[in-house]
Write a protein that binds this ligand. Sequence first.
Ligand SMILES: [Zn+2]
Length: 76
Amino acid sequence: MAGLPRRRRKPPDRRRLREHATYSCDWCHEQIVVPVDASAGAEQEYVEDCPVCCRPNVIRVQVDDEGAVRVWAEQE
Ligand SMILES: [Zn+2]
């Protein structure tokens, strides 16, 4: 008679606050969905080539106190 298998307790799941946000490419105005790591900072900025027209956008990310994410793009 086998005892019940001990339930393995999962380690606390520190799930990062990951969201998706949409910006429209400043060149071709296509809507691009990007993953946003809100835990990386309230203000982020990085350059990403548009997957549609391959031109570089400066992506700006802003996370407000309530965790709402705002993303927009500017031409480099
Ligand atoms: Zn584009």
